[in-house]
Ligand binder design. Structure first.
Ligand SMILES: Nc1ncnc2c1ncn2[C@@H]1O[C@H](COP(=O)(O)OP(=O)(O)OP(=O)(O)O)[C@@H](O)[C@H]1O
Length: 330
């Protein structure tokens, strides 16, 4: 049985439109005008136990709204969702005990207390047996390397340290499902890598299911095999990460090192993106890589060569752009 099953899920927000100027503001007091914002528009997907899925989309695409519906914080306008066998917005106690929502932009720990005190509070709220709590906490503290920080007020911690504490708090009750909304936002690469490692290890040990939004493709590459892309409230791609690269990038990046300076007619093979001394990077049409590479090797003295897919950022940006153009044309 899927852990998450969503059918026709839709959320429309009603937003009050403020009029310009004082007269407009006064008029607005007795005749309020609203605009409807369709944040999520009839989306369908299923996530099976143990999957790690990236939920990607440009700003305002509807990702956070979807996560909020899946965790029962927001009622949908229409459609259905089953999460861990529950209807999330009915907020059953047994449901809340089995998942965790981590929001990189929101603080869930007590600001003035040491994180250790908030962890104790979690233990009581979730009635976690003491021995199990101690074991899990020790494991997580070790995994994230934060031994010395649990007795320091949360407000005194750096952003990266605080996020590690937030993650510990979210994992203490052993959730079966983790909903992560930009868990590495604003973190440096070292802290990002620590969060990714913790999530990977935790997944390996506990087989937790994860749905993650992130604007950092490193998170996606490090953690997820499957990607769901949402733009303007609609799902435009749902499938393996590897396939999205194949489907949306027409070229591969061929990195060459010549025995001498790179020849100046490389443009005949493809788009030259870098040419410095003996080094050159050329974008070559995916279907012609073997043929073009063969021709290059015949004609030039090449010391080293590698063939790479374009960076995931580039591919995803292309998916967003194509979806936007299709939406505007519809
Ligand atoms: N509480 C709200 N009231 C009115 N409109 C809202 C509300 N929350 C979100 N929206 C609107 O719904 C749309 C989707 O927002 P949402 O936060 O779900 O996007 P997102 O994909 O998470 O974006 P980001 O990557 O910027 O966080 C946006 O147009 C946003 O302005």
């Amino acid at each position: 049985m899927p852990i998450i099953e969503v059918a026709g899920l839709t959320k429309t927000y009603r937003v009050f439109q403020k009029k310009e100027g004082l007269a407009g503001a006064l008029r607005g007091l007795y005749r309020r005008e609203y605009k409807e914002v369709k944040a999520v528009d009839r989306i369908d997907f299923k996530i099976e136990p143990g999957e790690m899925v990236a939920f990607l989309g440009p700003n305002g695409a509807g990702k956070t709204t979807t996560l909020k519906m899946l965790s029962g914080l927001v009622y949908p306008t229409s459609g259905e969702a089953s999460v861990l066998g529950y209807v999330p917005w009915q907020r059953a106690d047994a449901f809340r005990r089995q998942f965790a929502l981590v929001m990189g932009q929101k603080n869930q720990l007590w600001w003035d207390l040491p994180a250790g005190d908030s962890f104790q509070l979690h233990r009581e709220i979730y009635s976690i047996p003491q021995a199990e709590f101690d074991k899990t906490l020790a494991e997580l503290i070790d995994l994230l390397g934060v031994e010395k920080l649990t007795r320091q007020a949360v407000r005194e911690l750096s952003l990266g340290e605080r996020m590690k504490m937030e993650l510990i708090a979210a994992l203490l009750h052993g959730p079966k499902l983790l909903l992560l909304d930009e868990p590495t936002i604003g973190l440096d690469v070292v802290a990002q890598a620590a969060i990714q490692k913790c999530l990977r290890d935790y997944h390996e040990k506990r087989g937790v299911t994860m749905l993650l939004t992130s604007h950092y493709m490193r998170d996606v590459e490090a953690l997820c095999d499957r990607v769901i892309v949402i733009t303007q409230g609609s799902i435009v791609y749902d499938g393996p990460l590897a396939k999205i690269v194949e489907r949306f990038s027409e070229s591969k990046l061929v990195r060459l090192q010549f025995e001498e300076d790179a020849p100046d007619d490389l443009g005949r093979y493809g788009e030259v993106v870098r040419c410095e001394g003996p080094f050159a990077d050329v974008k070559i049409e995916r279907a012609r890589v073997a043929e073009v590479l063969g021709a290059m090797l015949n004609r030039h003295a090449i010391a080293d060569v590698s063939v790479e897919d374009p960076p995931l950022e580039e591919v995803i940006a292309k998916v967003f752009e194509e979806a936007r153009l299709a939406h505007d044309a519809a």
